[in-house]
Design a binder for this molecule. Structure first.
Ligand code: E4P
Length: 218
């Protein structure tokens, strides 16, 4: 399973990249706004900075919601850097835009996916990635991980090449559940990635090794 980081914060992206475990980055308009990045020119510069840092897939989301505007915005985003993946919402014009981008060799991430039916349309249109939102489904008492497993099963049964990118990951348990569900990618906050490291026996064991070393070596 590939690991993407779900942020537009350059320091956090750098930290995950320097751990050596990062396969890509996802952003969305809320994450860009959180970093205070205003205006198309600054946003484009920021996407380029992220691409230059990680040299791997970086999802950049369109703001447009109509077909013609999505095409213009997506083409401009894709032209910024070869690592850009154009993120498109799962609405009718978005599915049509994904079909267009796919025919032009522009890679896409179909976002805001909450059902198997939506994932089917994204795959048929040729999306590179589909992003089911695990945490937001859990928030309304549905089962986000069950949706990941269902989409994985359907895609494998019908040999779709679209990769299942589990999004809206909130904590480390979600990451492990995504592994079990067969997700191709999980996009996670830095805290969830770092949380995978935590184990009290590791901390206690390290303290004991160091104490024993220093007893003999001073
Ligand atoms: C990333 O692709 C999604 O936009 C993101 O994971 C949504 O996460 P949230 O539900 O925590 O906002």
């Amino acid at each position: 399973m590939k690991f993407f980081i779900d942020t537009a914060n350059l320091a956090q992206i750098r930290e995950a990249y320097e751990m050596g475990v990062l396969d890509g980055v996802t952003t969305n308009p809320s994450l860009m706004a959180k970093e205070g990045i205003k205006g198309v020119e600054n946003q484009h510069r920021h996407y380029i900075d992220i691409c230059q840092l990680v040299q791997s897939d970086v999802s950049a989301e369109v703001i447009a919601t109509t077909y013609d505007e999505m095409i213009a915005e997506g083409e401009a985003l894709a032209a910024l850097d070869p690592h850009i993946v154009v993120k498109v919402p799962c609405i009718a014009d978005g599915i049509r835009a994904i079909k267009y981008f796919s025919s032009k060799g522009i890679r896409t991430n179909c976002t805001l996916v909450f059902s198997v039916g939506q994932a089917l349309l994204a795959a048929k249109a040729g999306a590179t990635y589909v992003s089911p939102f695990v945490g937001r489904l859990d928030d309304i008492s549905e089962d986000g991980i069950a949706l990941i497993a269902h989409i994985v099963k359907v895609y494998r049964t019908y040999n779709f090449s679209t990769q299942v990118l589990a999004a809206s990951i909130r904590h480390t348990a979600h990451i492990i559940q995504c592994l079990d569900a067969g997700a191709d990618v999980a996009t996670c906050p830095l805290s969830a990635i770092k949380g995978l490291l935590n184990h009290p026996l590791t901390d206690a064991g390290l303290q004991k090794f160091l104490a024993d070393y220093h007893k003999v070596n001073g």
